[in-house]
Each structure stands twice: as C-alpha cells, then as structure tokens.
Write a new protein. Structure first.
Length: 419
C-alpha cells in the first residue's frame, strides 16, 4: 500500500508503475472515489457542525422558536444517517483499491512482462561436466529407495512427497545448516506456525489476488501460509517499536503450503513443485535508511548457503512484470540442475519499502520522537525438498552414490557419501 497523499501528488508515477508491472487497475477510478470521499466527508462535517450549532440554540430559544429548532435538529440527524452509509461504502471501496496499488519499482529493475524478461547479473561456480551418464533426481531417489512418491500420492494426492532413509537425514542436515549459517550472521531463529488469519495475507500483499494459491481450513477463519513471511510480518502489527528495537531480523522455520493453482502440467515429477514443504525464511523489519544494506545482506546469506552446498548458481534481477505488486526490487538466485541443463530458482530476495508496513501498520519511533513506517525485506534461507534436486544431481558419483558437501558433514555424522 502506498501513502494516499503520495498517490495524489505523483499520479503519473503510480500510473507508470501499474503499467510496467502489467496490473489491471484503473488509477483514475481510484482518484475519483478518493475525491468523492473527500467531498462526502466535508459535507458530513458541515452537516454535523450545523447540527451542533442548532443544538446550542435550543436552550436559549423562545417557546415559539423551539419546535422549529428541534425539528431542524431531527432533519439534520436524518441527513447525517443518510450520508453515513454512502461514506462507509466509499471508504471500503477506496481501501480495496488502495490494496491493489503497486509499489514504485526501483530504476534498476528491467522492464518486462514475465520471468522471460529477467536479466542475469552474474554466475558463481561452474556447472559440472560428467564423464558418465548422470541420473536425474527421481532416478537417484528410485535407485536408493529414498522416496515413495507413488504410495504417498495415493494417501495425499499428487504433488506430495515422502522421503526415506538417508535422504531424511540429508534433508534435516540442509535445514540445520541453513539455520546455523543465518544464526551466525546475526539472525534470530524462529520456529513458527503456518496457520494464519486472512488479515496476515493482506498484510504481506498476497491478498487480494492470491486467494487461489492458499489452502483454507473449513469452518475456521484460518488458512495455511506458503511462507513464514506471512505470520512473521504480522507479529508486530499495529505496534510502535522503539528505534532501538530495530532491526528485527528473523530466520523463521515453518511448514509451507501452496495449492499451485495455475501450474498444471509443470514440474509434476519429483520434488521440484510440491504442495507441502519446509522452508527457512529470512525476514527483516528495519529503518528505511538501512534497507538497501539489508537487501545486500539477505542476498549474501543465500549465496553463503549455496556456496556451502557447493552448487553452481546465478543471480537474476527480476523484471517489473515478474517482481510482484509490492516489490521495489527483487533478485532470484537459481541453482544449476544438470538433468535439465538450466538454472532453477531456489531463493527470491525482495525489498518492499514501506508497502507491507503500511498494510500491517508496522511503525517505529525515531530518536526525534517521530513515528515512521518501517521497511520490510525477505529472502529464502532454504526450501526443501526443492534444493535437494540440484544437491543430489550435482553431487552424484559414477556408482550412483552422493558426495556429501563438506559443510553438511558435521550434520551427517561425518559421512562423506550416502548411497
């Protein structure tokens, strides 16, 4: 959400943001509703003032004047009652429209309509050249009996996964390693719920617009979040933090649930795109002047983890059409998947300015006593089982065993290989 005064004063800039982010929003309609609401408020205030002034005349009026003044007071009260529903309807309509206004993208974001227009910034590591015929991750799972995707599908439906044996330990090792890396980098660890109220999705900007991606709990006003960003972003909703409490930097572990609506036919095989997974999310709430420094730190944290996993990766800057409604700037980090001969996204680093903070009312009081909106950022720490795809494929050996990266060995009882 943007400041309404900013929208009024910079309508052309906001209109351009709507255009380059390829959103369906009529800004002129929003401004008309805003103007009508201002007019209604002014009219209501004028009628209320007239009613108050009339009420003060009644005690001083003569017996002959009093009935007319009393009747006028009743008429003015009725006029107020008639205006109030219209005013509330305009307030509700304006709120809905304001929730759809995008943030202004940073000038570094390339113009584009989709992820096809994302721009590669740099590559780290060299994709491995195999001197044998490598297996893809599903073949590796089947070879070692590390998964039972067919049976779990009968229990839980498609896009479910079940890991077995050594791969369970590897999955746990990856999560614990990521938590340790982020803790060493100054993040406070959280283990949080994925169950949240709808307002939390509004606060992060997933609603309105992303309702079809969310699992709902029948009979409850609760839904399942697809990332810990959703509950964590609402932890301080409505509070005014002291400046000394900032930054708030969390590495939050939670279950993650996504319906994957609209993804039919994509990544249906294996571990790449499942409905339920576990994720460590980096989340930062900070002063505006510190935000870009934190953006770099979040990106660096993801890269430290991928380097520890010894995975080749590249950093992409997302186009305006792929960065989402609330993002000021967004980078994707993609790891190399040998079986596909391409890089696949494992981390998304996002800076949202005060867009989320205004929705969730996240504020702080600075040293001068001013109450200001904080800024928010987030990035994946690690998401499993997705990251297991490049991990297994890149570290496979000619005999089908998997070399354990050195950074993970302390979490695997010192083992150098599995399988």
């Amino acid at each position: 959400m943007l400041d309404l005064k900013f929208i009024r004063d910079h309508a052309d800039q906001v209109r351009r943001a709507i255009e380059v982010k390829h959103l369906d929003l009529d800004l002129d309609h929003l401004l008309r509703v805003d103007a009508e609401l201002l007019e209604l408020r002014q009219k209501l205030e004028a009628v209320q003032a007239e009613r108050n002034a009339n009420a003060k005349l009644v005690p001083k009026a003569t017996p002959d004047e009093r009935p007319a003044l009393i009747q006028k007071g009743k008429d003015l009260a009725e006029e107020i009652r008639a205006l109030e529903p219209t005013l509330r309807a305009h307030e509700d309509a304006l709120r809905v429209l304001l929730l759809q206004v995008p943030s202004i993208p940073d000038e570094r974001a390339p113009l584009g309509a989709s992820d096809e227009d994302n721009v590669e910034l740099r590559r780290e590591g060299t994709p491995r050249t195999f001197d044998f015929t490598p297996l893809d991750h599903v073949q590796l799972l089947e070879k070692h009996g590390w998964a039972d995707l067919e049976r779990v599908a009968r229990v839980s439906g498609s896009r479910s996964y079940l890991l077995k044996g050594e791969l369970v330990r590897l999955e746990q090792a990856v999560i614990t390693y990521a938590l340790d890396v982020l803790a060493d980098r100054g993040f406070t660890l959280l283990s949080t719920t994925a169950l949240v109220r709808p307002d939390a999705f509004v606060g992060t900007g997933h609603f309105p617009g992303g309702e079809d991606q969310v699992y709902k709990i029948e009979g409850e006003e609760l839904m399942l979040a697809g990332t810990a960003e959703v509950p964590v972003n609402s932890l301080y909703a409505g509070e005014i933090l002291d400046a000394s409490a900032l930054p708030v930097a969390y590495a939050a572990l939670s279950g993650a649930f996504r319906s994957e609506a609209g993804s039919a036919g994509r990544d249906v095989r294996g571990l790449m795109r499942v409905h339920e997974f576990r994720k460590v999310e980096q989340y930062v709430l900070c002063r505006p002047e510190d935000a870009w420094t934190w953006f770099d730190r979040l990106l660096e944290g993801a890269e430290v983890i991928l380097r520890g996993l010894e995975l080749p990766y590249r950093v992409m800057i997302n186009s305006t059409g792929d960065m989402g409604r609330g993002k000021v700037l967004m980078y994707d980090v993609e790891a190399w998947v040998p079986s596909e001969g391409r890089y696949r996204e494992t981390h998304s680093c996002s800076y949202l300015g005060d867009w989320q903070a205004r929705r969730t009312n996240l504020r702080f009081r600075d040293e001068d006593g001013r109450v200001r909106f904080a800024h928010t950022l987030n990035n994946t720490g690690i998401a499993v089982p997705r990251v297991l795809v490049p991990l297994l494929e890149n570290h496979q050996q000619p005999d089908g065993s998997i070399r354990v990266p050195e950074a993970l060995r302390p979490y695997m009882g010192g083992r150098e290989r599995i399988g």
